[in-house]
Design a protein around this ligand. Structure first.
Ligand code: EPZ
Length: 432
């Protein structure tokens, strides 16, 4: 059955305020980390259920979050979900297999590998498929886990992993600051004994959020947010209550909606300190961007001007996840912008669809030249990945006429009912 579509009548200014939800890329590793609670004595009779129970607040209703909850249940956790609060009790979590279906449903399930190994000492899962952004290898994850004594065999796409003896002291240098690899090493080395040092670690705020959760559960971690993380294993982790950080990519997406429609928007429940590189690009476009406390006000009363060069970089550089959104906004601007995508091999999936809306974008390898045009025109377009889909919605808001975005299940992975949020600030958008 054809998945649902979004129907957008463009040309209306985005004005008002939006409450930003919890970060998808933080809640996923944190949900995996709940598996570690009730930890080292796992399976021993008499683990008081409280020590294994975590309450995670500010969890957005996203299909990726639901997939993570399904994985936890398949591993033996009790998971309840009410509104934006998820409770996970992993007292009886002894599973060590992530089904092929769940692995293919969400490739970022690879972050469960470190948690399952940390909890039960063995894990079988299939190689995460590549995705729209490129092959998405996990060589850095596997290399690091082997350095931590994990035995890994790969056979017909199935990874069979067994934890090695502890204590284990490891000093790991990542060849690139991989977010997922940093998370998997943190999750595996939090329980047990020995000191693990990660050099050239990812510095994303989501890493610090995962560390915040683990420390609240009793883990000993330092250096989060810097390139060198030190984790000292502890014998047991207990559950805790935790509030997930706000989603900086969702916030940047709605900033793009305000910018392309020359509107004004107050974003509530954000953390401006996570978003300097995003805010500076919107300022360079000519938007007024005013961060304070847990809010950002953006005003785009003037026409958007081109930005000479936008380069995606590991945090604190400009985030690759915002690149498609900024491409859509720059497509309708004065002047020519150059976008350099340094993180993923194939992240200009929005370009061909945006071209159907009258944009003038030439994407070649890791560089896209965006010649701004005065007007975009609504057209039937298709989402091919999460953020490219969001970029099409942003472009549709700034286009004349009607746009139909299909394959919006991609968008639902990372945005909690995007149409509700946008129609609350003046957009004519509905799901059919
Ligand atoms: C996380 O993906 C995010 N996903 C991505 O968000 C985000 O774009 C990315 O970090 C970069 O910030 C989640 O957190 C669930 P990486 P991840 O490992 O961990 C290469 C979204 O839209 N690499 O930092 O997979 C890799 O191919 C998603 O919300 C290896 O070569 O990102 C990529 O080119 C998309 N070998 C680069 O490193 C490895 O072993 C960065 O990947 C691992 C990664």
């Amino acid at each position: 059955m054809e998945s649902s579509k979004l129907l957008i009548e463009g040309g209306r200014k985005i004005e008002g305020e939006i409450q930003i939800h919890g970060a998808k890329n933080s809640v996923l590793p944190i949900l995996a980390a709940t598996l570690l609670c009730g930890g080292a004595n796992s399976g021993k009779a008499g683990i008081s259920r409280t020590c294994a129970a975590s309450t995670v607040h500010n969890c957005a209703s996203l299909s990726d979050a639901f997939a993570a909850m399904r994985i936890l249940r398949s591993l033996g956790c009790d998971v309840t979900h009410e509104g934006s609060t998820v409770t996970v009790n992993s007292a009886n979590a002894e599973g060590d297999i992530v089904s092929d279906g769940l692995m293919h449903e969400m490739r970022s399930s690879i972050v469960f590998l470190g948690a399952i190994l940390g909890r039960v000492g063995r894990c079988r899962l299939s190689f995460p498929g590549g995705c729209e952004l490129g092959p998405r290898p996990i060589d850095l994850h596997l290399e690091a886990l082997r350095r931590l004594g994990v035995k890994i065999t790969e056979d017909h796409g199935i990874l069979d992993c067994t934890a090695g003896a502890r204590p284990l002291n490891a000093d790991i240098t990542l060849s690139l600051p991989s977010v997922g690899a940093t998370e998997n090493i943190m999750l595996y080395s939090a329980l047990g004994t020995g000191e693990t040092v990660i050099r050239n670690a990812a510095r994303e705020p989501e890493i610090s959020d995962l560390a915040g959760y683990l420390i609240k559960c009793g883990a000993e971690i330092s250096g989060q947010g810097t390139s060198t993380l030190v984790i000292n294993g502890v014998p047991e982790l207990h559950g805790c209550e935790y509030f997930v950080m706000p989603d900086r990519i969702e916030a940047a997406t709605y900033m793009g909606a305000a910018a392309i429609t020359n509107g004004e928007l107050m974003l509530r429940g954000v953390r401006p300190s996570d978003m300097y590189s995003c805010m500076s690009v919107f300022s360079e476009m000519g938007c007024g961007v005013y961060p304070y406390d847990d809010k950002i006000f953006i005003s785009a009363r003037k026409p958007i001007t081109a930005v000479r060069t936008v380069r995606t970089m590991p945090y604190p550089g400009f985030p690759t996840d915002c690149q498609p959104i900024v491409m859509a906004v720059l497509a309708k601007s004065r002047g020519t912008s150059v976008i350099v995508e340094n993180i993923f091999e194939n992240r200009f999936m929005a370009a061909p669809e945006l071209r159907r809306m009258g944009t003038n974008i030439k994407a070649e390898g890791k560089v896209a030249v965006v010649e701004g045009v005065n007007k975009l025109y609504g057209a039937p377009v298709r989402a091919y990945d999460l953020r490219a889909g969001a970029a099409l919605v942003v472009a549709a808001l700034g286009a004349e006429g009607q746009t139909q975005v299909s394959n919006i299940h991609y968008i639902d992975r990372g945005y909690e009912s995007i149409e509700t949020a946008l129609s609350s600030v003046g957009a004519d958008i509905r799901r059919i």
